[in-house]
Write a protein that binds this ligand. Structure first.
Ligand SMILES: Cc1ncc(C[n+]2csc(CCOP(=O)(O)OP(=O)(O)O)c2C)c(N)n1
Ligand SMILES: [Mg+2]
Length: 298
């Protein structure tokens, strides 16, 4: 069990350096579960105290973030700007609370700072910002722009002969925007096998299901048709996520998309699979119940 932030950081560093026994693997899985739960707990508190929205969006992607920051990304909290670091861009910037939580939990800045989220004068804005926040590569919030930037970064890395990867986490609703499909076309054409798109496929957008707003299916086929390697997984299963990320690129000379099937609001019973908890803020009895459920699971 992760007892503290430094415990968590030390374990992941150790696991990265050593060859893993079954026991070590068990420890990693346990740690990822606890990291994900801590991200959820922070996101709940941050959005409630600050009175911001998008808690369901943060819960949905907590396991993806835990897997990325818990050993997948080549990033260093002690040297956040090192040139060969992997780049991570959150395109669904409205769920920035979860990224701030993941960064704080893995040592990029003090966990204490999370308490300032969405307060006047705070650097931790509701939509994720890179200004003054180590570990954040790009401010986002206007949907449909993250993948275009990530694609440009991956293209530039290729031209320079750099070996790092560029990861971009998108929402499903944002895939209704045409700007993404231009980036997808470009990345396929240029065979950017250093680019990884991850879709938080929770099937719900802000006011309605994605299938009723502008349907994406057959989603995987569309990516394949644009020249991407496609892998699908349960976006709450750390072992499956780790496996997807361990085998990049999915197809030799192609960019990869990981379509992660998720549940919006995952981890809090009354938030799961609901449209309302995209914008609602948990207060009073709702906050207490959510806290109890997350603490019991973690
Ligand atoms: C260009 C743009 N239009 C509208 C919005 C307002 N908005 C915020 S979140 C959201 C949709 C949320 O659903 P989804 O994209 O599926 O993300 P999820 O929260 O489910 O991960 C919208 C339309 C925005 N942020 N940017
Ligand atoms: Mg969605």
């Amino acid at each position: 069990m992760i007892r503290s932030q430094s415990d968590c950081t030390r374990r992941f560093a150790l696991a990265k350096r050593t060859s893993r026994t079954a026991f070590q693997l068990f420890i990693i899985m346990t740690d990822l579960k606890h990291l994900a739960q801590r991200i959820r707990l922070h996101a709940l508190r941050m959005t409630s105290v600050g009175g911001s929205a998008h808690v369901g969006a943060a819960m949905s992607m907590a396991d993806i973030l835990a897997t990325l920051y818990g050993g997948t990304l080549n990033v260093d909290p002690n040297d956040p700007q090192k040139p060969d670091r992997d780049r991570f861009i959150l395109s669904k910037g409205h769920a920035g609370a979860a990224v701030y939580a993941a960064l704080a939990e893995t040592g990029f800045f003090p966990v204490e700072q999370l308490k300032t989220h969405f307060q006047n004068g705070s650097k931790l804005s509701g939509h994720v910002s890179h200004k003054g926040i180590p570990g954040v590569e790009l401010s986002t919030g206007s949907l449909g722009h993250g993948l275009g930037v990530a694609t440009g970064m991956a293209y530039a890395a290729k031209l320079k002969g750099a070996t790092h990867r560029v990861y971009c986490l998108l929402s499903d609703g944002e895939c209704d925007e045409g700007s993404n499909w231009e980036a997808i076309l470009f990345a396929g054409h240029h065979q950017l096998n250093n680019l990884v798109a991850i879709i938080d496929y929770n099937k719900i957008q802000s006011l309605a299901p994605v299938s009723e707003t502008l349907a994406l299916e057959p989603f995987a086929d569309k990516w394949r048709a644009f020249g991407w390697g496609v892998v699908e997984c349960d976006g709450h299963d750390h072992a499956q996520l780790r496996e997807c990320f361990a085998e990049l690129p999915a197809q030799g000379g192609q960019p990869t998309v990981v379509i992660a099937h998720t549940i919006k609001g995952k981890g809090v019973s009354f938030m799961e699979n609901t449209v309302e908890w995209h914008y609602f803020t948990a207060r009073g009895e709702k906050f207490d119940q959510a806290l109890r459920e997350l603490q019991a699971a973690g």
